[in-house]
Design a protein. Structure first.
Ligand SMILES: [Zn+2]
Ligand SMILES: [Zn+2]
Length: 294
């Protein structure tokens, strides 16, 4: 086991290789990026030269894991066939760029059943995932993210993702555990007992071997609040002690912990400009002072 890599979501504007530099500037050893604007359908062009520059920069810096977050508009469970087609195309695009950039994988918000439950949309989502994997070049994993439950999101319960992984049955399909989302969804991961219960359920429903990556976010929403509102590390309901419990758990030791926090206010960004040096340092300090639990 290589220990936990502390990483951050960073901007890739101006070329994917810039993401590595931005991550290093805030002392992050892993990162996540968007490869096209998250609120638009139109894919961004990545030239072979820019991708080569990214691969070279990553190699020469010995940089850790890199993940792509798919755009936010995608919903594989939509009842609108055009929406499903566009959603599939967006994931295939992310997987294609990811394969060329040789990243670890793509993280996906699977979609929303709008309160009908996963069963009502299961066939559509499974078919979409099959099509995505068939159309994607080999290489990157596809990690379905745990969700907070806002608007009937798929992945609120671990069993949602377990059902999908079993139905699709591909070694390329994995999961991303978002600490803020799962806490808001009712999993009390901030205490040792609560985390043990949650991970036992995770292992039973999904399998801990299918946990590929972690989104490390504190939560502005209390336990079971079913709202997706990220907070800076230590300033939310999970708190420093909660992250001590999380980072001590053996199940997370070889994972990347990727920050998607608001960040602290600066002159340029009065509400925070996203993951920053302070949040990276907080998470690293926790990792470095807590011994791994047995
Ligand atoms: Zn996340
Ligand atoms: Zn979120």
């Amino acid at each position: 086991m290589g220990g936990i890599q502390v990483g951050a979501h960073v901007s890739s504007s101006g070329g994917l290789f810039n993401a590595i530099n931005r991550a290093i500037a805030i002392e992050a050893g892993a990162c996540q990026v968007f490869v096209s604007a998250p609120q638009t359908w139109r894919p961004t062009k990545h030239t072979e030269a820019a991708l080569a520059q990214f691969r070279a920069r990553r190699a020469e810096t010995g940089f850790g894991q890199v993940w792509i977050h798919n755009i936010y508009l995608a919903n594989l469970a939509s009842e609108d066939p055009l929406m499903v087609e566009k959603s599939i195309a967006s994931v295939v695009n992310a997987m294609t760029v990811g394969a060329a950039a040789e990243v670890n994988g793509v993280v996906l918000h699977t979609g929303s059943h709008k309160g009908l439950g996963l069963e009502a949309v299961l066939d559509r989502v499974v078919d979409s995932l099959h099509r995505i994997l068939k159309a994607s070049p080999a290489g990157p994993m596809l990690a379905l993210e745990t969700m907070a439950g806002q608007g009937g999101t798929i992945g609120t319960k671990f069993s949602d993702l377990g059902t999908l992984l079993r139905a699709v049955d591909s070694p390329r399909l994995a999961t991303c555990l978002d600490t803020c989302h799962s806490f808001a969804a009712g999993y009390d991961i901030r205490t040792r007992e609560g985390l043990e219960i949650a991970l036992t359920e995770y292992d039973r429903e999904i399998g801990l071997d299918r946990l590929a990556v972690v989104h490390a976010n504190d939560s502005k929403t209390p336990l079971g609040g079913f709202r997706d509102r990220h907070e800076n590390i230590g300033d939310g309901y999970i708190g420093v002690e909660g992250f001590e419990v999380l980072m001590a758990h053996p199940a997370f030791q070889d994972k990347a912990f990727l920050l998607e926090v608001p960040g602290y206010p600066t002159e340029k960004h009065p509400k925070g400009g996203g993951p920053d040096l302070e949040n990276v340092r907080r998470l690293k300090a926790i990792r470095d002072r807590v011994p791994v639990a047995r």
